[in-house]
Ligand binder design. Structure first.
Ligand code: ADP
Length: 265
């Protein structure tokens, strides 16, 4: 709702009335505005790597290809940009699948502790930086109904951010907690953190605290937006706590029904 106020004033300066006009900004208008912004963002995000590639390719065509030192470097830039565009298009496809009304969830009962543990293993084996992994996982199995592919994507997006923003030798802690009717999984890092004023927006599509830095790290700005959509599709929530310069913790919940057997074990 938008409100416009007009004051009715006599020549003497005496105020004897107030008109208030209320405009109803419909849901549809909001959706349209968001869609326009999204398309503008997508175009911009695709144009940036394309124009970069064009200038490097032009330089190569103009003779740089003959320079044994410069040429591999320029080719490397164009390859990196191509890879980023592929990531971006893949992310966009994921989002558009989630947006369509007929997308399917392939739900299965999965021991979440095992599942989480296996994904952490994968990251631990392939990590290239010096980051210490710490797991605080329960010993007993916790069965939740999830779509494994989607949940893998959620964890992948969150964990790759934690690694991207971690300092050399930093610690990344993985935990699972049981609450009454849900489980909460968290990933904390000791990285750069997120300034207070930006915290509310990091799950928005294309939002990045530091565009230049995120771009250098290969980000698309869609990772957390996708994670949020997918967690919501499971009936869970996702949130962040962070202190600038100290670190970030991303947590998400999943509905969980404790069975009677669990109560007694
Ligand atoms: P990106 O592809 O840029 O990583 P995301 O949607 O995954 O996009 O994240 C959005 C923004 O949130 C990032 O650009 C970054 O500014 C911030 N962010 C996300 N995770 C972390 C983290 N672990 N530490 C610090 N900042 C983070």
């Amino acid at each position: 709702l938008r409100a416009n106020f007009s004051i009715i004033q006599k020549e003497t300066g005496f105020v004897n009335g107030l008109i208030c006009v209320l405009h109803d900004i419909t849901e549809q208008e909001k959706v349209d505005a968001e869609r326009r912004e999204f398309v503008a963002n997508v175009s911009h995000e695709l144009r940036t790597p394309l124009t970069t590639m064009r200038s490097y390719l032009e330089a190569l065509a103009d003779g740089a290809w003959q320079d044994a030192e410069i040429a591999p470097n320029f080719l490397d830039v164009t390859r990196t940009e191509t890879e980023r565009m592929i990531r971006l298009v893949n992310d966009l496809l994921q989002l558009s699948k989630m947006d369509s009304t007929d997308y399917k969830m392939n739900l299965e009962w999965v021991n979440f502790v095992d599942f989480y543990d296996r994904i952490i293993d994968r990251f631990e084996m392939s990590k290239e930086q010096n980051v210490i992994f710490k797991r605080k996982l329960p010993k007993q199995a916790i069965f939740v109904e999830i779509d494994e592919d989607k949940m893998t994507q959620v964890l992948y997006n969150i964990i790759s951010n934690a690694l991207k923003y971690s300092p050399e030798g930093g610690q990344v802690t993985f935990s699972i907690k049981e609450k009454e009717d849900r489980i909460i999984a968290s990933i904390s890092d000791q990285g750069v953190g997120i300034p207070k004023e930006n915290i509310g927006r990091i799950f928005d599509r294309f939002y990045r605290v530091d565009k230049a830095r995120a771009r250098k790290l290969g980000g698309t700005g869609l990772g957390l937006a996708i994670a949020k959509e997918m967690v919501n599709a499971h009936g869970g929530d996702i949130w962040v706590t962070s202190a600038e310069g100290k670190g970030t913790r991303i947590s998400f919940s999943l509905p969980y029904e404790r069975s009677e057997e669990d109560e007694w074990s």
